[in-house]
Write a protein that binds this ligand. Structure first.
Ligand code: NAD
Length: 342
């Protein structure tokens, strides 16, 4: 069975999700929704994605630009099995109320929406089974996804008593020319905790986690420094073994010349990944340390792409195309060429 996926919000995340869905044999993009006839609209057509417009009013701009659209978002939603909403923060809620709920269409939302938008905040490694058959799922943000990916397997194996984590966040995305900071380090927020810890709790409700966050003048990646106290003693080798085996985490080494987020992105370019994406969480091998029984490590998050495989798995879970998380994760990762299956 091949299900029809609509993509509403064809931007940074949406474009990547559309391409990842297209690699699967159990789902297919049946249309993407654009608001304006920009270069992304031309690319969508070249890729063979039927193009839809979000409102009738915006249709004129497409015809003036010589772009033929297949219809409006409502036409697309009538034909799809599920929609992935990757519109800007807050628009997902409007779309839910105006479109998806009245039209009874299942939807996958992104982390910029409040958790209340969905029946479950989703991370494939942590809670895939809870998502089976749900009508509304929310793939948590890039930072929350990064925290969940590495903390979840450690918690399963050793039990985590407490986590303190510092998020060093990229200012804007690379193409976001209007935002900063350009020359400042900004506590964001200046209070403790940042929203990331509570957001992790929407996926892992029992985890005792406190996060603080700062924004810095870079566009490439986020970085996290993480400190965890575990219930049971663990060695550095055992933690490295967890990261080695877990999906969607890659261990990188400073001694191999990967000393910064710039080097990680250079490495991803050399891997030949589409758009130079690194969908996995990159953990520095040398940063994994245990001191006085507490675990320390540093990880980098490619914010534009790490949530993409999660969106594919969320579609499978919501439509119950696959009940076994490991099977879905492996299928997604093999098709996308991630980690173990290079
Ligand atoms: P974006 O601005 O790059 O893309 C959003 C797209 O939606 C744009 O093409 C915009 O024109 C379009 N759009 C605007 N209004 C619309 C409407 N009413 N209907 C349909 N499309 C509309 O945004 P993004 O960075 O891809 O973020 C999308 C979601 O993903 C947000 O919830 C965000 O928080 C989340 N997210 C973003 C990142 C990231 O780093 N960019 C990472 C993880 C999660």
């Amino acid at each position: 069975m091949v299900v029809g996926v609509a993509l509403n919000g064809y931007g940074t995340v949406g474009r990547r999700v559309a391409d990842a869905v297209s690699l699967q044999d159990d789902m297919k993009i049946i249309g993407v929704v654009k608001t304006r006839p920009t270069f992304e609209a031309h690319h969508a057509i070249k890729k063979g994605y039927p193009l839809y417009v979000n409102t009738k009013e915006n249709r004129k701009a497409f015809s003036e630009a010589g772009i033929e659209v297949a219809g409006t978002v409502k036409d697309l939603l009538e034909d799809c099995d599920i929609v992935v909403d990757a519109a800007p923060d807050g628009i997902g809620m409007e779309n839910k109320q105006k479109l998806y709920k009245p039209m009874k269409v299942k939807a996958i939302f992104q982390g910029g929406e409040d958790a209340e938008i969905a029946q479950l905040s989703f991370n494939a490694i942590c809670n895939y089974k809870k998502a089976l058959g749900k009508d509304f799922l929310r793939v948590v943000s890039c930072n929350t996804t990064g925290l969940c990916r590495t903390l979840c397997p450690i918690d399963k194996r050793f039990g985590i008593k407490k986590v303190n984590a510092v998020m060093i966040r990229r200012g804007p995305d690379p193409a976001d020319i209007k935002k900063g900071p350009v020359n400042a380090i900004v506590p964001d927020p200046v209070t403790v905790p940042s929203h990331h810890g509570p957001d992790v709790n929407t996926v892992l409700p029992g985890l005792n986690i406190t996060t603080v966050a700062l924004k810095v003048p870079t566009t490439l990646m986020h970085m996290h420094t993480i400190n965890a106290t575990m219930n049971n003693d663990a060695s550095v080798e055992e933690i490295l073994d967890i990261f080695e085996r877990a999906p969607r985490i890659v261990l990188i080494k400073a001694k191999d010349g990967i000393k910064s987020t710039a080097h990680i992105m250079e490495w991803a370019r050399d891997l030949g990944r589409a758009r130079s994406d690194l969908n996995e969480i990159a953990v520095w091998h040398e940063s994994v340390n245990i001191r006085d029984g507490e675990l320390y490590y540093m990880q980098a998050i490619h914010q534009e792409s790490n949530v993409v495989p999660e969106n594919v798995d969320a579609i499978r879970a919501a439509l119950e195309l696959e009940t076994d998380p490991a099977v879905s994760i492996k299928k997604t990762d093999m098709t996308m060429g991630l980690k173990k299956w290079w």
